[in-house]
Ligand binder design. Sequence first.
Ligand code: ADP
Ligand code: MG
Length: 729
Amino acid sequence: MARERTLRELAAVPIAEVGVAPKLRPRLEAMGLATVLDVLQHYPRRYHDRTRSAEIASLQPGDEVTVVGEVRRIAGRRTRNRRFLVEAVVGEDAAAVDVAFFNQAWREKQLPEGTEVALFGKVDLFRGRLRFTNPVVDVLGRAGQARTGVVVPIYPQSGKADVSTWEIQPVVAAALEWAGPLVEPLPAAVLGELKLVGRTAAYHDVHRPAAPDDARRARRRLRFDEFLRMQIGLVAGKRAVEAAGGGIAHDVDGPLVARFLASLPFDLTGDQRRAVDAVSADMARSVPMHRLLQGEVGSGKTLVALAALLIAVQGGHQGALMAPTEVLAEQIHGVARELLGDLTVASADTLTGERPLAVALLTNRTPAAERRRLAEGLRDGTVDVVVGTHALLYGDAPFRDLGIAVIDEQHRFGVEQRALLRGSAAPVAGGEAAGDGTRDGDGGGAGGIPDVLVMTATPIPRTAAMLVYGDLDRSELREMPPGRTPVTTRVVTADDRGRAGAYERLRAEVGAGHQAYVVCPLVEGSERVEARAAVEEYERLGAEELSGLRVGLLHGQMPAADKERAMAEFRAGTVDVLVATTVIEVGVDVPNATVMVVEDAHRFGLSQLHQLRGRVGRGGGSSWCFLVADSTTPGSEARMEAMAESGDGFLLAERDLEIRGAGEVFGERQAGMGDLKLGRLPRDARYVEFARSTAEGILDTDPSLARHRALAEEVEDLLGDDVEFLFKS
Ligand code: ADP
Ligand code: MG
């Protein structure tokens, strides 16, 4: 019997060794298929079941079917109403059917005569002949090339390299042959419990299934493997951090947090309360905290962050809060000064034994002299809390005894920050790790690994978070502080009465003393192009829909001073309507604004629309959001529908994930997303959970994976050097 091979071995074998024709090789490599493993993991996009496809000869009008045939004739032309029409005839033996593609001029190039294709769609009668109109097309290859099996795998088409399904099939067959039996990395018990097929069968059947069910089972297994690798990496990483300890057991019962909460003019929301409790429990442990706090803009994350900072400070440590931009850092610093300004901390250097709690700001705009003073204060511990940009993380802010770092990502994911966190925040802890012990903290004392709290305004569905942020504990602020009013959302069409109705409502609200936003159409291209379009739109609206009103303009290319002036005027109410680009997405807070019109709303993403809409509904009155949309694509239609149905950011995030898929939502680079070839969220949410508990089970009994070497290798190959240290026994 042949020796069983591991995936790592297959990844070391170039495709040349399995006998791929030299002419095909560079084209395969251009598609990223360089090794035997690459080929085996180049999965079919779908399968074509010949037992269930119709014969062209027996087609009936109204049938919705798949047929396979050869392109016999194809030609394009412009129709009288200026649409581009490509007409083809697809034949099978003596029978043939017409195919029409509207506005798909490229089909002519894609489907030269002699191409074998699978067509899926509805057949209708057109001028007495059967015809597919705009069917789904799979290019199989040149007619007459080898084809085998009842179930035909259809491989993803790669436009550039242009390697057809018929060409790939023999390469895959050779790779499977060469690979032979594969090492099974999963314990038999797991396979049995989850009813998963073995690995050798999985790789075979995903490419060469005897029946559709075989392909389904194979994909299920391979999909599970993808999720399992990631979860093992995440769970092992988290456990390594926990085992290392080295965190600070903070004094969570000190006086500062209680005094701070008592001083607020309002009560915490239930979610804020729960988040503060969770943070507090984490910080009390000697394991460093890694917690993610999710909540939309305005949900009150800042208060939770301040409470966390105070927990550190009341035990004699320092706290840092990082914001994504200077403007936000300055804003948060202002809030922190205001809310923490009256608090005091113990001091041996004053007669009263107390001094005011010191909150500092550090951004690129901080003058050098002040920077020096600040560094001094951080070093001797007289600065308790510092707010700044992310530069704080990398700069050598010389903390005497950093107890917690809060990272406010607002709604952007920082890939770098993630990496930093993965490395258990070591760079944050760096610098003064030893401390000089003049003012001993509790627990680990000066130099313990600081706790980390990441805040994000991107609502991430739970299962997606398990994937992307699987190593972080989570708190959510779903409940908004009181004082927000629901916004009535209407989707209107661009042409007729819909749009006019929106502006009518806008004028009525302005007439009643309120204010409004008009969001300019999203323009592809540079910011400069976008700015020019905004100016044009502003002038046009001022002359038409908004004539007679006081109209202001705000776009990203305006000088900072002009931006500030535009905002100030709008805030002061001397401007009725602000025509703006998406720059108003973040941080603009004018409670008197009760209407928003988003032009070309179909061009905006769901989360962006949700953020935009958050600018209204901040005062007492009822508010309106009009989405002017030409819903030309199914995706945009689904987005508009979701917006009209829900004001809940978490729900919208789930919908967004369904509409676009996780890769696009989070970016391929995010946490190994690139490894998800078959897995997809939210469809596969249950796999994530199974994979999570399987990973935990395996690591419970074999923490270093000494008895699961093949699995350890796969996780290492997926995640790289970051995790290799985890599995060295
Ligand atoms: P986020 O950082 O999540 O965007 P903030 O912390 O800036 O939100 O809070 C938004 C606004 O809501 C602030 O003006 C804040 O003072 C206020 N706020 C926060 N929590 C509450 C609460 N529990 N009750 C009333 N207002 C609150
Ligand atoms: Mg905030």
